[in-house]
Design a protein around this ligand. Structure first.
Ligand code: TEU
Ligand code: CA
Length: 536
């Protein structure tokens, strides 16, 4: 089977509003990102996934695009983008662009023409009906918005400023492929495809995800754009099962490199309830089953996994499943070791590598995220108290991941020279910041750096089989084997000591956050112990 660069890559996600502010307006920007490339080079990552930087009214922080071939003013301009590409490339770092083509902004020229001129060809780029059905928006309320002018409703699965595109329209599809080729010609490293599983929607049958033509569209896109280039493509697919993921990522399938599956993230809330009914207690046996399924089902010849704990839509993993107290550093390393030694391409979300945590939001005034704000409004109407609502937002709201990156212990954590920033800096920045992490050889940063190096150098991480080991509930241990080689990864996902029978003999240590020899000979894992040893 052909190996690609992304089989050995670790990807770093940047949320541009929050990474680094170069011009002091309190909002991160492209020049800010360029100024921090040396830091990323030190971490060792192969590519950056850049959340949207395109022109946008920012109703959903750039996931509402009004011009795919222009840069939002707050982030800079196309020259800044080209400079970022050059400077990243000089450091061996590729840029993966966020491709948001399930919907545009209502301020996109296509939508404006479609709305103002119902007879125009652009009308059919969007989805209009005389009567709404009961489809709901992911951000709350009906998925249909009435347009006074034409007397019809348009579909929006996200905010009403994010009208859904009609992928049935071949001319629209071609426009999107042209736009993708514009970016490919700039030398980007690939695309992360926002809610790509929704483009095959059939609203009249209430089908949103995994519509019947979805894979035809993706194959067509592949042929028309990235298929002839060695790019990384990763689809965001909330509803993917391993069967579906194989369809996308089968190396013979000419679709995508991989998808993000969210089954493990589902453990962050109670089954069949909205994420706001969060579940802080990690169900470790369930987590083990989920990863075992994905690791064994997506065999190398059949597909490829992506591996992540965090992104810009999720709480900080440390705050929900780790320990933000005395075991902050240790639990952060444990979660990283557990994830990065599985088969797949690992993703690090900005700040994860220094153990950033959720923000102690006190009131709705501090919230920016449209999803959280819409939820709060709906929940108030249903009689929830402000305190209940804030509890949910504090634990699971999207702004937790979006507060500014903590660079050092100076004002605004070195993120910005402004007096106030678009989201506040976490008050823990004096302790948790990149400068402190870089200065401490034992910090979380260096564990991530080591994992990134291992990913590049150790071929078994790609090829070896995965076997889940029988252990006490709170221990997650697995073995990776390839011909005569085998490796044991053991992690205690709890604040308590655990007794385990793992192995008596091993050759050497690959990575560890503890005294693994002591752990193996005493048959006891201390809280958040994590290590990988080569067996034999
Ligand atoms: O997210 C898809 C999506 O469904 C999210 O809204 C997700 O369900 C939610 O955040 C979890 O609570 C993508 C982007 O990652 C997200 O930032 C955008 O808001 C959304 O698409 C619309 O473009
Ligand atoms: Ca700025």
């Amino acid at each position: 089977m052909q190996k690609h660069w992304w089989h050995k890559a670790t990807i770093y996600q940047i949320y541009p509003k929050s990474f680094m502010d170069a011009n002091g307006d309190g909002i991160g920007d492209l020049k800010g990102i360029t100024s921090k490339l040396d830091y990323l080079q030190k971490l060792g990552i192969t590519a950056i996934w850049l959340s949207p930087v395109y022109q946008s009214p920012m109703d959903d922080n750039g996931y509402d695009i009004s011009d795919y071939e222009a840069i939002a003013d707050i982030f800079g301009n196309m020259e800044d983008m080209d400079e970022l590409l050059v400077e990243a490339n000089n450091r061996g770092i590729k840029i993966i662009m966020d491709l948001v083509v399930n919907h545009t902004s209502d301020e996109h020229a296509w939508f404006i023409e479609a709305r103002d001129h119902p007879d125009s060809l652009k009308r059919d780029y969007y989805i209009w009906r005389n009567q709404p059905n009961d489809l709901l928006s992911v951000f709350g309320g009906s998925a249909w918005q009435y347009d006074e002018k034409s007397g019809q409703y348009y579909l929006h699965f996200f905010s009403k400023k994010q009208p859904d595109l009609n992928w049935e329209n071949a001319a629209l599809r071609q426009k999107i492929y042209d736009m993708m080729n514009f970016w490919i010609a700039k030398g980007i490293g690939g695309f992360r495809m926002d809610v790509i599983d929704m483009i095959g929607k059939i609203p009249d049958q209430k089908i949103s995800g995994n519509g019947p033509k979805l894979h035809d569209y993706i194959k067509e896109m592949n042929q028309a754009t990235f298929g002839q280039h060695d790019l990384l493509t990763v689809g965001e697919t909330w509803g993917a099962t391993p069967e579906i993921a194989k369809r996308y990522s089968n190396p013979e399938g000419q679709e995508l490199s991989m998808v993000f599956q969210f089954e493990h993230i589902g453990l962050q809330h109670k089954p069949d309830t909205p994420k706001w009914d969060y579940e802080k207690e990690l169900d470790v046996p369930a987590l083990k089953k989920i990863f075992e399924k994905w690791q064994t089902d997506l065999e190398l010849t059949q597909g490829w996994n992506s591996l992540f704990w965090d992104n810009h839509d999720l709480p900080r993993v440390l705050s929900i499943w780790g320990n933000t107290g005395i075991y902050r550093q240790k639990s952060s390393k444990a979660l990283a070791i557990l994830l990065h030694l599985m088969r797949g391409t690992p993703y690090i979300y900005q700040g994860e590598e220094i153990g950033m945590t959720n923000y102690p939001f006190a009131s709705l005034e501090e919230i920016n995220d449209i999803e959280s704000l819409n939820y709060a409004q709906e929940a108030l109407g249903k009689g929830k108290t402000k305190e209940q609502i804030m509890n949910s937002i504090r634990m699971i709201g999207r702004d937790n991941a979006r507060t500014p990156m903590q660079w050092n212990d100076t004002d605004q954590a070195g993120f910005s020279a402004a007096k106030s920033t678009w989201l506040p800096v976490n008050p823990n920045y004096k302790d948790i910041n990149a400068a402190a992490a870089l200065a401490d050889p034992d910090s979380i940063f260096y564990t991530y750096q080591k994992l990134v190096q291992l990913r590049k150098g150790e071929d078994w991480l790609i090829d070896a089989d995965f076997e889940l080991l029988e252990t006490p509930d709170k221990v997650f241990a697995y073995k990776r084997s390839l011909a005569a080689e085998s490796y044991l990864i053991a992690v205690n996902l709890s604040d308590e000591e655990q007794s385990v029978e793992l192995t008596d003999s091993y050759k050497d240590t690959i990575i560890s956050n503890t005294d693994e020899d002591q752990a193996l000979t005493s048959h006891k894992l201390q809280p958040w112990d994590a290590f990988c040893v080569r067996l034999g």
